[in-house]
Design a protein around this ligand. Structure first.
Ligand code: IPE
Ligand code: IPE
Ligand code: MG
Length: 233
């Protein structure tokens, strides 16, 4: 079986998971966070190198303040947990997105976690927080523009490869497979540039219920796809 090097997951359905159990949405988010911990181990065991998970989109600020602050608090808690557990696994943990929305302490903890796990050789987990593909492109273009001014690089020499260096995922291969839980057929602004040729797998399973068997099913379906990249068989 062909195992993708990079898998993306749109972890959707925490709210519906809680609603089905007549519980507050927060319980669903907490369960979703727990599921990520479990699933990351399964992903690593398969030999996948990169896992990028959508935890909070630039559009999720539209939600009630109470839910937004709960999600930020949950991220803080998880970062702390990953720091405490750093010797228990072989994962590199990184956050992508516009992290300047977070308080200085959380930003420092994220950087610290990245540094203390950077020499690990297992799975790299990228947690996309305050991430949106459009926002990422704007941030990339701004940084590239500043560098262009400094280096006098001719605008006509800009290539896809150059722009890619300014993306949050710089140096990471594009995801071959993107999984979306909870049945929605849309990208919701996730990895817009990087997903140009990703295979999508959509399941009705809600994120907190998505398990190892579901992961294997997604990879099996991925293996059945004929990837042409615009060419011909
Ligand atoms: C995904 O679960 C987590 C975030 C978007 C933060 P949702 O909160 O979107 O759950 P549903 O879609 O309402 O079920
Ligand atoms: C996408 O889910 C974002 C995350 C999973 C973090 P949403 O629940 O925000 O997406 P929409 O609103 O259904 O498109
Ligand atoms: Mg949702």
């Amino acid at each position: 079986m062909n195992i993708p090097v990079h898998i993306g997951i749109i972890m959707d359905g925490n709210g519906r998971w809680a609603k089905k159990r007549f519980m507050p949405r927060q319980v669903g988010h907490r369960q979703g966070g727990e599921n990520l911990r479990k699933l990351a181990y399964e992903v690593e065991k398969l030999g996948v190198k990169y896992l990028t998970v959508y935890a909070f989109s630039t559009e999720n600020w539209k939600r009630p303040e109470e839910e937004v602050s709960f999600l930020i608090g949950l991220l803080r808690e998880k970062i702390q947990e990953y720091i405490d557990d750093k010797d228990k696994n072989n994962m590199r943990i990184n956050c992508i997105g516009d992290l300047t929305c977070l308080d200085k302490k959380t930003q420092a903890d994220i950087e610290h976690l990245k540094q203390i796990t950077k020499n690990k050789t297992g799975l790299q987990v990228n947690i996309a927080f305050n991430y949106g593909g459009r926002g990422e492109l704007i941030r990339a273009v701004k940084k590239m523009y500043n560098d262009l001014l400094k280096t006098n690089l001719d605008v006509n020499n800009i290539t896809e490869g150059i722009l890619e260096k300014y993306l949050d995922t710089s140096g990471i291969p594009d995801p071959e497979l993107i999984i979306r839980t909870s049945g929605e057929f849309r990208t919701s602004n996730f990895l817009l540039w990087q997903s140009a040729y990703s295979e999508y797998y959509i399941t009705d399973k809600l994120w907190p219920d998505f398990n190892k068997d579901d992961l294997m099913e997604a990879i099996k379906k991925f293996n059945e796809r004929e990837r042409r990249f615009g060419g011909r068989k």
